[in-house]
Design a protein around this ligand. Structure first.
Ligand code: SF4
Ligand code: SF4
Length: 353
């Protein structure tokens, strides 16, 4: 497997789709979280709580990933499996399509609270139910598209960000299409199918309290009522057995469009090219230190650090040939090597003319 940092199923799909490997994001050091303060130090502004990391999020798990977790007999996976079983037992948002977010959490999420700087990565009550006490993800091997593609930092700045955003969109789209394909294949009956298409009912009291009324559960599951686990495991087997061309057939034209966008973003990620003429972009926040300056561009978590002495000279990139500007900077005693120019391009400090 070339993309061992992806869940095995998604790595197999991307091997077939891209025909090459996806570079790892080495700056997102999840087992020793890059956004958390050093051990024993308090959490500062812009840092994440090590007890949540970036997992102030509740993933929607498509049926085939729920099934993959349930069928995973690795003793190492037992704790994570228990977190999925707990969501199933509560029953809220548990449908043949998979596990939706609990409505109370979803309301907070939709109001943008979760994504605010004050809450994201910092508020323990918003933590994912699959986050284990030792700080690991309990369902890492079978995590969904958003969790697979979210990184706080990217080795190639905005270029990496764009690639993973595109891949996240593709995987989420595939998850939706394949979970519908599976419920159709396993003969969900008309009324229950109608419930899925109509979308969730407005949350009632029990659902807001974190448990589902039995009559709603019966309606949601139709012929599969009280055989939820069986359906999930069956869908996992079905999707696992599909070849990539079969997955793409299920995804249809929308999948084709996503696939092309991902391929283009991947090519940009693996083949770095420096434009022949560059100009300075409009910059966001710049924090200037004695030796280095941090420039925020596409993402606050991931500023680019440059030598402070370079800042007054960046405007020399004014559309003239890049090599000419580099020679000029070298004459002024501020040489900029090709690697730094590429990073300035990757972080969108310099943009092609
Ligand atoms: S991606 Fe999340 S867990 Fe990984 S280093 Fe970044 S904030 Fe920490
Ligand atoms: S599923 Fe795993 S990676 Fe995703 S939010 Fe939960 S703990 Fe984090």
């Amino acid at each position: 497997m070339s993309d061992a940092h992806l869940p095995p199923l998604y790595a197999r799909w991307m091997d077939a789709h891209l025909g090459g490997r996806i570079p790892e994001e080495t700056r997102a050091t999840c087992s020793n979280c890059a956004m958390a303060p050093p051990a024993g130090e308090p959490m500062g502004p812009g840092q994440f709580d090590p007890n949540t990391k970036c997992c102030t999020y509740v993933p929607r798990l498509p049926n085939f990933l729920v099934g993959a977790v349930l069928a995973d007999e690795d003793p190492e996976a037992a704790a994570g499996r228990a977190t999925v079983e707990a969501r199933m037992l509560a029953g809220v948002g548990v449908t043949p399509l998979g596990l939706a977010r609990p409505p109370a959490w979803d309301l907070v999420y939709r109001h943008g609270v979760v994504r605010s700087d004050a809450a994201f990565g910092r508020v323990r009550s918003l933590r994912c139910p699959h986050f284990l006490v030792d700080g690991r993800c309990g369902i890492w091997k079978h995590r969904e598209g958003v969790c697979t593609t979210w990184f706080c930092r990217h080795d190639r700045g905005a270029v990496g960000f764009a690639f993973w955003e595109a891949l996240g969109g593709f995987l989420s789209m595939l998850e939706r299409a394949l979970s519908y394909d599976a419920v159709l294949a396993y003969g969900l009956d008309g009324a229950a199918l109608r419930r899925l298409v109509d979308g969730p009912l407005p949350p009632d009291g029990p659902a807001l309290d974190g448990h589902q009324a039995p009559e709603i559960r019966r309606r949601n599951w139709g012929v599969w009522y009280e055989r939820e686990r069986e359906l999930y495991v069956a869908t996992a087997g079905r999707v696992e057995r599909m070849r990539w061309d079969e997955v793409r057939r299920v995804a249809g034209p929308e999948g084709e469009a996503h696939g092309q966008v991902v391929l283009a973003a991947w090519e940009a990620l693996v083949w770095a090219t420096t434009p022949e003429r560059l100009r300075l972009a409009r910059l966001g926040t710049v924090e200037i230190g004695r030796e280095t300056a941090a420039i925020v561009t596409h993402r606050t978590y991931d500023p680019i650090e440059v030598p402070s002495r370079l800042l007054p000279h960046l405007a020399r990139f004014d559309g003239r040939p890049t090599e000419l500007v580099r020679e000029e900077l070298a004459r002024l005693g501020t040489p900029v090597d090709a690697g730094l120019v590429q990073r300035l391009v990757d972080w969108e400090v310099l943009v092609a003319v």
